[in-house]
Ligand binder design. Structure first.
Ligand code: NAP
Length: 322
């Protein structure tokens, strides 16, 4: 029987051709929920991103052996449930690390130097004389960067910060990152100390039950009033309501955000009207090169998982031990 793969995201032509060399490919629009669920019923595998796959969607999908997400984050899946069902979940770490770290640094620089706000100000025709200090920003070089979750992407941010911008790097993790300590003099501290000492607090943890709402009103109060919060992890790691209040009240200076509680960001979000907020449309890994590499990687992960030859990029390794 020919294997069937459901693609619930548009893939580059060559990547789709690669999949078609190995299986029958059915393209579905995940917005058509019923068609998506129906397609999964007799599929061997599925590939896509940014859509929650709940257990009721795969109930009765007896042939389903592997799911491949075109992302490193896998918060859209109930991993334990997949493992129970014997379904392998694969993801795409590493290929997106550098471009996502670039996005983080773009947010740091744009927030500190008010790049977006001032570029809009110029385009609106306001530049009539030399600017005065009301439009000055703050330095990035030499400041303290606190990274909450120093893993692959956090490590690439730490490298830019320590070696490129001579910043002091603090971090929190459940376990030490010895490489970052050795190469970037990163110092592991408790979250409270990181919040109190950092000029930029940058979140790069995965979204899990422990990290949901990790930064709320109490944590924001512990930050310096001059500090900037950067979030390019997942929106719900920050209590967005508390962040909005903190930005309004001057509890912190500003925020650079790539991710939000609800995406796309609703048109009535107060964040859109705040000059001290740089808001991006979840572009962490969104370059032509990186998105192509992620799609290729995810396609190879899926075929490898279906063939039983995949040895890396597996989220739920324990499924293989069954
Ligand atoms: P990673 O290598 O697994 O790094 C995650 C880090 O977070 C690890 O150092 C981990 O260290 C730490 N961590 C995990 N749980 C924690 C907790 N409860 N408390 C404190 N630290 C914790 O992952 P990555 O490749 O860097 O990716 C990180 C996340 O970035 C992804 O999960 C994804 O959500 C997000 N992301 C966003 C975009 C975007 O477009 N904006 C793009 C790519 C990735 P310990 O295990 O030692 O705690």
């Amino acid at each position: 029987m020919t294997r069937k793969i459901v693609a619930y995201k548009a893939l580059p032509t060559d990547v789709e051709a690669y999949l078609r060399d190995h299986a029958e490919v059915v393209n579905v629009d995940p917005k058509d929920h019923a068609a998506f669920v129906a397609a999964l019923k007799d599929a061997d595998g599925a590939i896509g991103a940014s859509v929650k796959i709940s257990s009721d969607m795969i109930e009765g999908a007896k042939r389903l052996k592997a799911l491949s997400t075109v992302s490193v984050g896998f918060d859209q899946f109930d991993v334990e449930d997949l493992t129970r069902r014997g379904i392998v979940l694969t993801h795409t770490p590493d290929v997106l690390t550098e471009s996502t770290a670039d996005t983080v640094f773009a947010l740091i620089l744009a927030s500190a130097r008010r790049v977006v706000e001032l570029a809009e100000w110029v385009k609106e025709g306001n530049w009539k004389a030399s600017i005065d200090e009301t439009l000055f920003g703050v330095d990035v070089q030499g400041k303290t960067l606190g990274i909450v979750g120093l893993g692959r992407i956090g490590g690439a941010v730490a490298r830019r910060a320590a070696l490129g911008f001579r910043m002091n790097v603090l971090y929190t993790n459940r376990s030490a990152n010895e490489q970052a300590e050795k190469e970037y003099a990163a110092k592991r501290v408790e979250l409270d100390e990181l919040l109190a000492q950092s000029d930029f607090v940058c979140l790069q943890v995965p979204l899990t039950p422990e990290t949901r709402g990790l930064i709320g009103a109490n944590e924001l109060k512990k930050m310096k009033p001059s500090a900037i919060l950067i979030n390019a992890s997942r929106g719900p790691t920050v209590d967005e309501h508390a962040l909005i209040e903190a930005l309004k009240n001057g509890t912190i200076r500003g925020a650079g955000l790539d991710v939000f509680e609800h995406e796309p960001l609703p048109a009535d979000s107060p964040l859109l009207a705040m000059k001290n907020v740089v808001a991006l449309p979840h572009i962490g890994s969104a370059t032509h090169e990186t998105r192509h590499a992620m799609a290729r990687n995810a396609a190879e992960n899926l075929i490898g998982a279906l063939d039983g030859t995949l040895t890396r990029n597996i989220v739920n390794r324990d499924v293989l031990a069954r």
